[in-house]
Ligand binder design. Structure first.
Ligand SMILES: Nc1ncnc2c1ncn2[C@@H]1O[C@H](COP(=O)(O)OP(=O)(O)OP(=O)(O)O)[C@@H](O)[C@H]1O
Length: 237
């Protein structure tokens, strides 16, 4: 469903990603790990078309999407939840969801089933809900577009443990759904390894590990090598 081959990309003259290969089958899961600033968000932005692609190819389904603008990729079924939480502050929860709607199985009712907190806040503006609820709304908006691939960029960042637990539960429900492929960028290593059977680790814009999450989890010294002290401390989560 998604294939990157030799992708080199960055911003303006700056190259951040170098020779990245990855592939994900329909309904597949992938965790993306790496220290701060190694290019995880840049990888997500490159998949959705928000960086400058210098070399390589990105295919989604049967099409090469490398030359397509973001909105075309989104219409083709790539849903993106950026680290910055993509909600319109002056619109209500319900309006935020409605304007993101495209035909398919995801409806407002279904999003409210996934995130009951949002149902209770349907009339509140984007500014009148908590950070955790904004994250749920941002994910809900991506789902309303009825994607076949969902990119989640550090969705747990800065959220209280109780909200992290709620989000995790919703991700498990999405995973059970089966036909939605998900790429999860995470700083919480164990949480990501639990979520996805396959993982890649980035370091300075290159893929330095690609394989079974379990293999990484079992090899603590490899994990320390690839993710460093920061990864280790967050591995406790
Ligand atoms: N819009 C931009 N223009 C220029 N450089 C950028 C831009 N966005 C990110 N960078 C640089 O690209 C590099 C990779 O950043 P990126 O945000 O992809 O890393 P990350 O692995 O997601 O980090 P974090 O875990 O801290 O979110 C960093 O050196 C960053 O300064």
């Amino acid at each position: 469903m998604l294939r990157l081959e030799g992708v080199t990309a960055g911003y303006g003259h700056t190259v951040i990603l170098e020779g990245v290969d990855l592939s994900l089958p329909p309904g597949g899961l992938l965790a993306v790990l790496g220290r701060n600033g190694v290019g995880k968000s840049t990888l997500m932005k490159t998949i959705v078309g928000q960086t400058r692609l210098r070399q390589g190819e990105i295919r989604f389904g049967s099409e090469a999407v490398s030359g397509l603008p973001s909105y075309r990729r989104s219409r083709m079924g790539i849903g993106y939840v950026p680290q910055t939480r993509d909600v319109f502050p002056s619109l209500t929860v319900e309006e935020n969801l409605r304007i993101a709607a495209r035909p398919g199985k995801w409806t407002i009712e279904r999003v409210f089933e996934l995130f009951p907190n949002l149902a209770a806040r349907r009339g509140n503006k984007g500014t009148e809900i908590s950070g955790g609820e904004q994250q749920m709304l941002s994910i809900g908006r991506a789902l309303m577009g009825n994607p076949s691939l969902l990119l989640l960029d550090e969705p747990m960042e800065g959220l209280a443990p109780v909200i992290v637990e709620q989000l995790l539960e919703s991700f498990r429900m999405l995973r059970q759904d089966g036909d939605l492929a998900i790429i999860l960028v995470e700083q919480y290593v164990n949480l990501a390894l639990d979520f996805s059977p396959t993982t890649i680790v980035l370091d300075r814009g290159r893929v330095v590990f690609s394989g079974e999450s379990e293999r990484l989890r079992r090899d603590q010294s490899l994990m320390a090598d690839l993710l460093g002290a920061g990864g280790q401390s967050k591995a406790k989560h």
